[in-house]
Design a protein around this ligand. Structure first.
Ligand code: SF4
Ligand code: SF4
Length: 376
C-alpha cells in the first residue's frame, strides 16, 4: 500500500515534484552567511538545507532554523507559505571532489602591480587584501569553485582537497540533528563508495533521505544501478542529484543545460528513487524544465524531475543582504559585533523576498505559495 505523506512533510515535495533544496556548500563554512541563508530560505519554503559536515556549520544552520520557526507567524501574516521545518542535510565525499577543496596562495608572493583578477572573479568574496580580513583566501568563505585558479597570471594559486570523515557525522545522525546525508561520488568509484557506505549504513535507517550526487560520465547508469542495489535495502528515500556543471549557476542562464540533459538521462534509466537537479541551476531552470514537460503536471505522472537544488545562484541572490548585514556589523568604532538577520527587520524581509522569488518558481508549479501580501 502506498504510504500517504503529510503535505507538511518535506518528503511530500519530492512526491509532488516541487522539492527545493538550498545548497550552502559542502565546504562553505562562513557561519553568519550559513545562518542568514538558512533562515531566509527556510521561511521562503525550502524543503532541505544542505550544509558542510562540520559541527559549527550545523549549529549555525540550526540557529537559523530556530529563528525561522519563531518568525513563522509573522511570515504567515506577510503572505509567505505556512512554515514547515526543512530537513538538514550534510554532504560527504568518497574521494577527490571539487566541492571538497579550498583555494590557497601566499599573498606575499603577489607582485604589487598585479591587478588582482583572482579577487574580482571570486563569487564568494573569499579573497581579501585589506584588514580586517587576513590577507589571501578567507578559508571559511571559499567553497572551491576554482574560478580563481586560471586567472592568476603568476600561477600561484593552488587547491587543497580533503575527504570528509563519516565518523564525525554519526553522532549528528544519532542525536537527530541531521536527518539527511548526501554522498558525492564519481563514476567508477565502486570500492570507495562501498567503503564510505559501510561506515554509515548502520545509521541509514535513521535518515529520512540519502542523496547521491554524481557528475555525468561514461557508464553512469551502470554505476548508479550498482549504488542503488547496495544502499536501497537500508534507505527510505533515495534522491539522485544530477550534478551538471558544478558550482556554476551564477555564471549565466545557459549553465543549467548540462544538469537538465543529465536529469533526462537518469530519468530515462528508470532507476528507483527521485531525480533532482544541481550544478548550474539558476533562475532559468524551472522555465527550461517546463518547456520540456519534465515537471510534474498531473498526479498520475510517474516520470518527472522531483526537485531542484540551488547553490551558487541562491547564494548570489542573497549576497546584497549578506553584505549589508556585514557592513552593519562593523560599528562606529570599527569593531565587529555579530548581528543576526532578524535584528535588522528591513534586511530580514528583503532576504526572504529574494529567497521566495526563487523558491516560488518551483513551488508555484503545483501550489500557490503566497497569500495576499500585507506589507508594512
Ligand atoms: S574563486 Fe572559488 S576557489 Fe577561488 S577563492 Fe573564490 S570561492 Fe575559493
Ligand atoms: S592573481 Fe595571483 S598574483 Fe595576482 S593577486 Fe591574485 S593570487 Fe596574487
Amino acid at each position: 500500500m502506498t504510504k500517504l505523506l503529510d503535505p507538511s512533510d518535506p518528503l511530500h515535495s519530492l512526491k509532488a515534484g516541487h522539492w527545493f533544496k538550498l545548497i550552502c556548500g559542502a565546504s562553505f563554512q562562513h557561519l553568519p552567511a550559513v545562518r542568514t541563508l538558512t533562515l531566509a530560505y527556510a521561511i521562503a519554503g525550502a524543503d532541505c538545507i544542505d550544509v558542510a559536515a562540520d559541527p559549527a556549520v550545523i549549529t549555525a544552520a540550526q540557529s537559523g532554523l530556530a529563528a525561522a520557526a519563531k518568525l513563522a507567524p509573522v511570515a504567515r501574516q506577510r503572505g509567505f507559505p505556512p512554515y514547515k521545518p526543512p530537513l538538514l542535510m550534510v554532504s560527504l565525499n568518497d574521494g577527490e571532489d571539487p566541492h571538497f577543496r579550498k583555494a590557497e596562495f601566499d599573498p606575499q608572493s603577489c607582485p604589487p602591480d598585479c591587478p588582482r583578477p583572482c579577487q574580482s572573479i571570486c563569487p564568494a568574496d573569499a579573497i581579501a587584501f585589506r584588514p580586517p580580513h587576513s590577507l589571501g583566501v578567507i578559508t571559511e568563505k571559499c567553497y572551491g569553485c576554482g574560478r580563481c585558479l586560471p586567472v592568476c597570471p603568476y600561477d600561484i594559486i593552488y587547491t587543497s582537497s580533503y575527504v570528509s570523515t563519516p565518523g564525525a557525522v554519526a553522532p549528528l545522525v544519532l542525536s537527530g540533528e541531521v536527518s539527511a546525508v548526501e554522498i558525492h561520488t564519481q563514476v567508477g568509484r565502486y570500492t570507495e563508495f562501498q567503503r564510505l557506505w559501510t561506515a554509515i549504513e548502520k545509521h541509514a535507517r535513521r535518515l529520512k533521505v540519502v542523496a547521491v550526487s554524481c557528475p555525468d560520465g561514461e557508464g553512469i547508469i551502470e554505476y548508479l544501478n550498482f549504488i542503488s542495489k547496495m544502499i536501497l535495502p537500508q534507505v527510505g528515500t533515495l534522491v539522485w542529484q544530477t550534478d551538471g556543471r558544478a558550482m556554476s549557476g551564477d555564471i549565466g542562464d545557459g549553465t543549467t543545460q548540462a544538469t537538465v540533459k543529465f536529469g533526462q538521462k537518469v530519468l530515462a534509466a528508470n532507476l528507483p528513487g527521485y531525480v533532482q537537479l544541481a550544478g548550474g541551476t539558476n533562475g532559468y531552470t524551472v522555465a527550461k524544465l517546463r518547456s520540456l514537460s519534465l515537471l510534474k503536471h498531473n498526479s498520475g505522472q510517474s516520470s518527472y524531475i522531483a526537485g531542484i537544488a540551488y547553490g551558487s545562484y541562491a547564494r548570489k541572490l542573497l549576497s546584497p543582504v549578506i553584505h549589508a548585514l556585514e557592513e552593519r556589523e562593523v560599528n562606529q568604532t570599527g569593531i565587529r559585533k555579530s548581528i543576526y538577520l532578524e535584528q535588522e527587520p528591513d534586511l530580514l524581509w528583503q532576504a526572504v523576498e529574494l529567497a521566495s522569488s526563487l523558491v516560488s518558481q518551483l513551488k508555484s508549479q503545483s501550489q500557490p505559495t503566497r497569500i495576499s501580501r500585507q506589507l508594512p
